[in-house]
Design a protein around this ligand. Structure first.
Ligand SMILES: *[C@@H]1O[C@H](CO)[C@@H](O)[C@H](O)[C@H]1NC(C)=O
Ligand SMILES: *[C@@H]1O[C@H](CO)[C@@H](O)[C@H](O)[C@H]1NC(C)=O
Length: 410
């Protein structure tokens, strides 16, 4: 075994959906945000990126990367190259302190990665992908047991894809903007673990699987350059909202959480509209979902004095609804009535058994939006708050014995 030890690691990492949005960089090269942001990590049982990395100990070759079975060039100076460089430097430090450790930092690596959801569908695939890359390399290089903290790993994930740093933790996560120019204090921190508020569920209403129009990287810098509303947002809105959101999570106060979440999503899309030229991520179906949730909340507020759902939209038309477990069934019944699904488009892993023919809540305005045709919401993903990156066993490896992907496209 010692003669031909295989140095390999396989990890998964989760998707996170921000409730205080990240939009705008103060440094594009280091990916430093104009403000802090906050997200909820979703369960890897349903959405995840899976990555295997192996040191090619016999290889004279170079680093290679396969995404969903297709080889991608690792561009010099690109985000993957930069992450690899930083991770190797950390490994080198560990090796320098202990001469008996294998010199893993000197070998080229093969990396294979897969998402179990469509890339660029407005679900933050780059966040889970980059987070899986960092988690896998840190496991390969044995960094956590050599004193490297998750927050310092999140600093590297951040340089790969800003919001990836938040996928390094489970539960409720803040990305602190930091103050230093080198970005060393712009890291993710846990606000609360998932166990703190485990009955938080998420319903992802997939509005369109098509590739999105404006890539978020280009869009956000146009906003920074042209939107006066963004300046108002970062100076006067986000700092106080971060405080209120953290407090709402600490207190498990769903009403406050929902109020802030919806207001922040609305303002994020308002700054997009305030950009020159304007950026649109939501479409008519996205807006109809907002109207539906607003009506549900109005009725519930009147009857029970509380909110039942919070919508939020990222840089795409998909809606994410945060709902507490006790309300999932009744919210789903209304959603399914207006956006019909089949068992293929909505294979509810929780078997909620929501019946769309259930009578609407008393006082609910049935004509708030029209009943949409099947396919308007192409599918619904039901998930919940989840944990941080997971280390898997070798049987889950994406690489074969020869270090090449087991499944290659074409
Ligand atoms: C957000 O950015 C503004 C402007 O740079 C700054 O004044 C504020 O302190 C920041 N705060 C947080 C919490 O993000
Ligand atoms: C150095 O690494 C070896 C091999 O992993 C380990 O057994 C040993 O405890 C380490 N020594 C120190 C001082 O950490």
């Amino acid at each position: 075994m010692a003669a031909h030890h295989v140095y390999e690691a396989t990890c998964t990492a989760p998707v996170n959906i921000a409730v205080v949005k990240y939009w705008g960089k103060r440094s594009t090269s280091l990916i430093l945000p104009t403000n802090s942001s906050l997200s909820v990590t979703l369960s890897q049982d349903h959405l995840r990126s899976l990555t295997t990395a192996r040191c090619m100990v016999d290889g004279q070759g170079t680093d290679r990367l396969w995404l969903n079975g297709e080889e991608e060039e690792i561009k010099a100076g690109g985000r993957t190259a930069r992450c690899l460089e930083e991770m190797r430097a950390m490994r080198q430090e560990v090796e320098a302190k202990n001469a008996s450790l294998p010199k893993l930092s000197s070998y080229p690596v093969h990396i294979a990665s897969e998402n179990n959801f469509p890339t660029a569908a407005g679900l933050a695939s780059s966040a889970s992908g980059l987070s899986a890359l960092i988690a896998t390399l840190s496991t390969l290089y044995d960094l956590p047991s050599n004193g490297v903290s998750t927050s310092s790993l999140s600093r590297i994930a951040r340089q790969g894809s800003g919001s990836a740093c938040r996928s390094m933790f489970g539960g409720y996560v803040a990305w602190e903007m930091g103050a230093r120019e080198d970005g060393s204090d712009s890291v993710a921190v846990e606000v609360a673990p998932k166990e703190h508020w485990p009955d938080m569920h998420a319903l992802i209403l997939v509005v369109s699987d098509a590739k999105k129009g404006t890539p978020s990287t280009a869009g956000m810098q146009r906003t920074v350059a042209t939107s006066a509303l963004l300046q108002h947002r970062i100076e006067h809105v986000v700092p106080a909202r971060m405080e209120r959101m953290s407090a709402a999570i600490q207190a498990r106060d769903f009403d406050a959480f929902a109020k802030e979440t919806m207001a922040d999503s609305n303002q994020f899309h308002a700054v997009c509209l305030d950009t020159e030229p304007p950026i649109f991520y939501m479409n008519d179906v996205s807006r109809a979902i907002i109207q539906l949730v607003t009506e549900l909340n109005r009725v519930s507020l009147e009857k029970e004095g509380r909110l039942v759902a919070a919508y939020t939209y990222d840089a795409g038309p998909n809606a994410v609804l945060y709902v507490q477990e006790k309300d999932v069934k009744s919210v789903l019944e209304v959603v399914l009535r207006y956006f019909p699904q089949s068992t293929t488009s909505f294979p509810d892993p929780f078997q909620t058994q929501a019946d769309p023919s259930t009578a609407l809540p008393e006082g609910f305005n049935a004509r708030v939006i029209p009943v949409h045709s099947e396919g308007s919401v192409s599918r619904i993903i039901h998930t919940q708050v989840g944990d941080g990156p997971r280390v898997l066993g070798q049987e889950e490896s994406l690489l074969g014995e020869d270090g090449m992907p087991k499944q290659l496209k074409r």
